[in-house]
Every structure is written in C-alpha cells, then in structure tokens.
Ligand binder design. Structure first.
Ligand SMILES: [Zn+2]
Length: 347
C-alpha cells in the first residue's frame, strides 16, 4: 500500500480513513481503482480497511450488493474487536438502499456486539445513524429499540450535545407511541429516562465536571506533596486509579468530564490571588474548574489510542483505560447502573 498515492487520489490521509468518510464522488473512479488493487494485495486489517472504503464508493454509486459483499469480507478480515466499522457499514448501506427493516436487524447485531465488548467503543459515529433510522422506521418498532440505543449512548460516554438529534427523535417516538398498542411501561420508562437526562443537563448549565490530578512529580517535592496529601492523595498511583474509577462509575449523560493536571505553583498563585488556602480540596476544585475554562484540562476519557490522561506516555487503552482497572464487582455494579438507569447523578 502506498499511503501517499491514496491520499493524492482520494484526498484523505490513510491514517484518518474511517467509516462515514466518503470519497469525493469526482474522485471515485481513480479511488476505486486503487482500492480494487489493494483489496487483492493487502491482508488482514489493512485489507478490511480498503474493502470498507471500496464499499463506501459502491454505496455512493448505488451498488448495494457489491458494497455488502465487500463489508462481509471486511468483517472476516478484522480482528474481533475491530469489526464495528464494517458492521456499521452494513447498516448504513441497507439504510441508504431503503431497506430499513434490514438496517435495523444489522443495527441490533451491532448493539449486541458492542454490548459484548469488554472495553469502550466510543469512536463509533452512531448517534447520527440512530437518528436517521428512527426517522425512517415504524415508531412502535423504534421504541423497542430505544432502550438499547440509549444504553449504547451511555456506554459511549453519551454527550447530550452530540446526541441532541437522536434525543429529539426519541422524544418524537415516545409521543407517537402514546396510547398505542405498545408496552406502556416501556414508554413510561423511556420518557422518565429522557426527563432525567434533561434535568441533568439543566441542573448544570456548563454541563461539565472536572477532577484535579496531581502529576507524579508532585509527590517528589515535600512542599508540593503536602498539598496533595492535604487533599487526600498519598501517592500518584492510587490517585490515578481513584480518579479513573470515580469517572467510570459515574454515568452522567450530558456531562462532559475533564481531568485537570494541577501544577502546584499555579495553584498557589491562584490561592494567593483569591486569599485562599491552597491545601484545601475546595480550592483545588476551583482551580481545576479555572483550568477547564482556560482550555488547559483534557477531556475524559481520551481516545483509546491517545496518550493516557495520567501522563504515563502509554496509550490510554493500555494504561488507565485498561478494562481490568475496575474489579469484577465494580464492573457488575456499573452494568447494573446502566441497565436500571440508577447511579448517573453526578455528585
Ligand atoms: Zn494512565
């Protein structure tokens, strides 16, 4: 594979080729030739990526059968944990071809797949597709599907702003099902759930939470260490695990979560300016909020392959994002909270 050639012809860098990106139709013929060649030449995940892209082009050209055949190949070529782009492609192609029922079946399979994954699959561009499906399908059928859709959003660290379109369609579906021959308990549940999300968003107009994090170096300097200890952290490692667990256990749709790395000199200056004690949890929180406003905090969770928020230099998925950081009881509790809708209040 020649990444430069692919970028020149498709206009998209190979590293950022992703499902949902479409090749400019004017370039389709040239791009198609490259992808046709690479599908034969490449192997494994690379071939899956090329097949997915070729499928996107066939889809744009209205050849759903060829697109689906290629996506099937992409599924087979992908390692188990990387099948979702091709599965999502299946649903999208069927939807584009007007086969809404088929798309919903594909989508149900995707939801089951995501549910079975031990780790986060946050990079899925699902909300927009969910919204499109809800718009097109029978409201009664959609309602049955709403719950799993919402669960998925939560799992993705659902952001109300990102999901706003989806949210409005859920509302419309609930309204359309009022008084119909549908399980009214489910309607009530979904309605309640949506109200909770709204209340959550309204109660915090900024819609964000922040935790301060003392980088490991802080613990090496006695006068800095004193601040971290006063706030309750005695070493970098237990602090890192506490923060990660805290965020993973809080299911707060609509709340964007941040981690602010606390520089102790900045904290001291901030406390001095405001005539406050730097060795106070409340002041650390205020300073952390200031760091968010100054765009000096990072969003949690980071991308799976991005550097970990803790500053280890390791990828998030292999560091604080590793699934085993929660013990089995905590994982079970979190699953329970997601299922029942309990426990998402941010405190
Ligand atoms: Zn880490």
């Amino acid at each position: 594979m020649d990444p430069e050639e692919i970028q020149r012809v498709t206009g998209i860098p190979v590293v950022s080729l992703a499902i949902g990106d479409a090749v400019d139709p004017a370039r389709n013929a040239a791009a198609k030739a490259i992808f046709e060649r690479e599908v034969v030449r490449a192997q494994g995940p690379e071939r899956a990526q090329m097949a997915t892209f070729l499928a996107t082009i066939y889809d744009q050209e209205g050849d759903a059968a060829s697109a689906l055949r290629l996506l099937e190949q992409a599924c087979q070529d992908s390692p188990a944990e990387l099948r979702h782009p091709a599965m999502l492609g299946h649903a999208q192609v069927r939807l584009n071809a007007g086969d809404t029922a088929g798309a919903l079946i594909e989508f149900d399979e995707l939801l089951a797949y995501v549910d079975a994954q031990p780790d986060y699959l946050r990079d899925l561009k699902l909300p927009a597709l969910c919204a499109e499906m809800l718009r097109k399908c029978d409201p009664e059928r959609a309602l049955l599907w709403v719950e799993s859709g919402l669960r998925l959003l939560l799992r993705m660290g659902g952001d109300l702003n990102d999901a706003r379109e989806l949210y409005h369609h859920y509302r419309a579906v609930v309204a359309a099902c009022a008084g119909k021959r549908v399980d009214q308990k489910l309607v009530a549940q979904v309605d309640w759930f949506l109200n909770e999300i709204t209340a959550e968003a309204d109660s915090d107009p900024i819609g964000r939470a922040v935790l301060g994090y003392f980088p490991p170096a802080v613990f090496d300097i006695p006068e800095d260490r004193e601040i971290a200890e006063a706030v309750g952290f005695t070493d970098a490692d237990s602090q890192r695990i506490a923060i990660e667990r805290c965020y993973r256990m809080q299911i707060s749709p609509g709340i964007t979560k941040y981690i602010a790395s606390i520089d102790t000199s900045g904290l001291r200056a901030y406390a001095r300016r405001n005539d406050m004690d730097p060795c106070s949890g409340a002041v650390v929180k205020l300073y952390a909020a200031q760091l968010v406003r100054d765009n000096r905090a990072i969003r949690w969770p980071p991308e799976r392959n991005a550097s970990c928020w803790c500053g280890s230099g390791t990828k998030y998925k292999k560091c604080c994002g590793a699934p085993h950081l929660l013990d089995p009881e905590e994982t079970a509790l979190r699953e329970f909270q997601i299922r029942t809708g309990e426990g998402w209040r941010y405190s």
